[in-house]
Design a protein around this ligand. Structure first.
Ligand code: PLP
Length: 425
C-alpha cells in the first residue's frame, strides 16, 4: 500500500500545503462548486495518450478510446481532438460518439449483446468495425446488413484463454468468461463470416481483461492471436487489422504496470518477429488513458470513533465511486489541505444505507469535520458507473487545463432525477 511519501499521480502536487491539479488549487474548486466533485487533468489525459502514440509511431494504427471508462462528452472531445477513435459498447455510447463529432469510420462497436436496432443505427452511420462476440450475433448482423443492402465490417473477438491475472470480475480472456469465441472455433467462424453476403471480414479482435499490470499475459495473448491470424489466412480469409483490445492497468496502490510505450515496443517486436509487421494495429484502451487523471473531492461530514472501528463519514458514496463496493478496489485517499497532526486510522464511508458503502478501509488521516479529501485515480469507472441510489444526484465534473477549470457537467438535482417519472392522476 502506498505511504504518504509515495509520489502522487501526474499533474497533482502539494504546493503551500494545498493539493493542486496542474495550476488549480483543488480546495478552490470545492469552495466554488461544492462536493462531491470530480476534477480531471487534461494534461494527464493527453500525456497518457501520448505514451500510446509513441509506442505505435510509424505503424499504421488506430487508438480507439474505450469510452465506458469515462464517457463524459468533454472528456471524449479531448481524446477525439487529439486523434483518438472510440470503442463503444451500446447504442447510447454511439450517440455520444456522434455527439462529439467522432468520424464514424473510427468507431469500433464491442459488446456481447448488441441489439438489432443498435446494429441498424451503427450500419446507417457507417462505423469502422463491429467486434462480434458469438456465432449467433454474426448471423443476426448478417441478416440486418442484408436487409439494409449493406455489408457490415467485422472482426471476431477471440478468447485466447490466457489468465490476465487480474480481479475475476474484470478478467475476460479465460474460457469460463462470457466474452469472445473459443480458440478452437475461430477458423470455422471466420469461414462462415467470409461466406455471408452482409458481412465483410476486416480484422481479428481480442481483449483479455482490465487493470492488467504484467506484460506476460499480453505477450501470451499476442502469440495466440498471431497463430490464429496465420491459420485464418491459410484457410483463405485475409485480415486487414489486429485489434488487441485494452486492459492496461494503472497505479492505484503501488501497482507497477508497464508504460504503454514500453509494452507496445515489446508487442511490436513479437509482431515483427512473426512476420506481421505490416499490419494495422487497433487498440481500445480505457482506464489507462483517464484513470489517473481524475480525483473525486469529498468533504468530511462526521467523525464517528468507536471501540472496534473509527468511521469517517464523507459526502461521496458508493453511488459516486462504485469500485470499492463492487470489486473491493483500492483508491488512495489524501487530504486536500493536510494538517500537521498525527491522525487516526479510519474507515472512510459514505452516507448510503449499505454496509458496502465504503471508499477506503484502515486509512491513517488527520481530519476534522469540514475538511476536504481527494480520492485519487478516480478518472475511470467512477462517474461512468455512478448511479442515483438513495436519490443522490450525480456529482459535478470539472476539467482542469493549466490554471483554468471548466465545468463539464452540472451537479444533478432531484428534479433532474425524477424528470422521467409520472405521478399518478
Ligand atoms: C472495457 C473494454 C476495454 C477497455 O478496457 P480498459 O481496461 O479500461 O482499458 C476495451 N475493449 C473492450 C472490448 C472492453 O470491454
Amino acid at each position: 500500500m502506498p505511504s504518504p511519501s509515495t509520489p502522487l499521480p501526474p499533474h497533482l502536487v502539494y504546493r503551500d500545503h494545498q493539493l493542486v491539479m496542474e495550476d488549480v488549487a483543488l480546495a478552490s474548486l470545492a469552495r466554488a462548486h461544492g462536493t462531491p466533485l470530480f476534477a480531471y487533468s487534461k494534461a494527464a489525459i493527453l500525456d497518457a495518450l501520448a505514451a500510446y502514440q509513441r509506442g505505435l509511431a510509424g505503424r499504421p494504427h488506430l487508438i480507439c478510446y474505450a469510452m465506458k471508462a469515462n464517457s463524459s462528452l468533454a472528456i471524449l472531445q479531448v481524446l477525439v481532438r487529439a486523434g483518438c477513435g472510440l470503442d463503444i459498447v451500446s447504442g447510447g455510447e454511439l450517440e455520444r460518439a456522434l455527439a462529439v463529432g467522432c468520424d464514424p469510420e473510427r468507431i469500433i462497436f464491442s459488446g456481447v449483446g448488441k441489439t438489432r436496432s443498435e446494429m441498424r443505427h451503427a450500419l446507417q452511420v457507417g462505423i469502422g468495425c463491429f467486434n462480434v462476440e458469438s456465432e449467433a450475433e454474426l448471423e443476426v448482423l448478417d441478416e440486418v446488413a442484408c436487409d439494409m443492402g449493406l455489408r457490415a465490417p467485422v472482426s471476431i473477438r477471440v478468447n485466447p484463454n490466457v489468465d490476465a491475472k487480474t480481479h475475476p470480475y474484470i478478467s475476460t480472456g479465460l474460457k469460463g468468461n462470457k466474452f469472445g469465441i473459443a480458440h478452437e472455433r475461430v477458423v470455422q467462424t471466420y469461414l462462415r463470416a467470409a461466406a455471408c453476403k452482409g458481412l465483410r471480414v476486416a480484422g481479428i479482435d481480442c481483449h483479455i481483461g482490465s487493470q492488467i499490470t504484467e506484460t506476460g499475459p499480453y505477450l501470451d495473448a499476442m502469440d495466440r492471436v498471431l497463430e490464429l491470424v496465420d491459420a485464418i489466412e491459410a484457410a483463405g480469409v485475409p485480415l486487414e487489422h489486429i485489434d488487441f483490445g485494452g486492459g492496461l492497468g494503472i497505479d492505484y496502490a503501488g501497482d507497477t504496470p508497464p508504460s504503454a510505450d514500453a509494452l507496445w515496443r515489446q508487442l511490436l517486436e513479437r509482431i515483427d518477429a512473426r512476420g506481421h509487421g505490416h499490419r494495422k494495429i487497433c487498440i481500445e484502451p480505457g482506464r489507462s488513458l483517464v484513470g489517473n487523471a481524475g480525483v473525486c473531492l469529498t468533504e468530511v461530514l462526521y467523525l464517528k470513533p468507536g471501540d472496534q472501528k473509527n468511521f469517517l463519514i464523507v459526502d461521496a458514496a458508493m453511488n459516486d465511486l462504485p469500485r470499492p463496493a463492487m470489486y473491493e478496489a483500492y483508491h488512495r485517499i489524501v487530504p486536500v489541505q493536510p494538517r500537521d497532526e498525527p491522525g487516526l486510522v479510519w474507515d472512510v464511508v459514505g452516507p448510503v444505507c449499505e454496509s458496502g458503502d465504503w471508499l477506503g478501509r484502515d486509512r491513517k488521516l488527520a481530519v476534522k469535520p469540514g475538511d476536504l479529501l481527494a480520492v485519487l485515480s478516480a478518472g475511470a469507472y467512477c462517474m461512468s458507473m455512478a448511479s442515483n441510489y438513495n436519490t443522490r444526484g450525480r456529482a459535478m465534473e470539472v476539467l482542469v487545463d493549466g490554471d483554468q477549470a471548466l465545468v463539464i457537467r452540472q451537479r444533478e438535482s432531484a428534479q433532474d432525477q425524477f424528470r422521467m417519472e409520472q405521478l399518478l392522476p
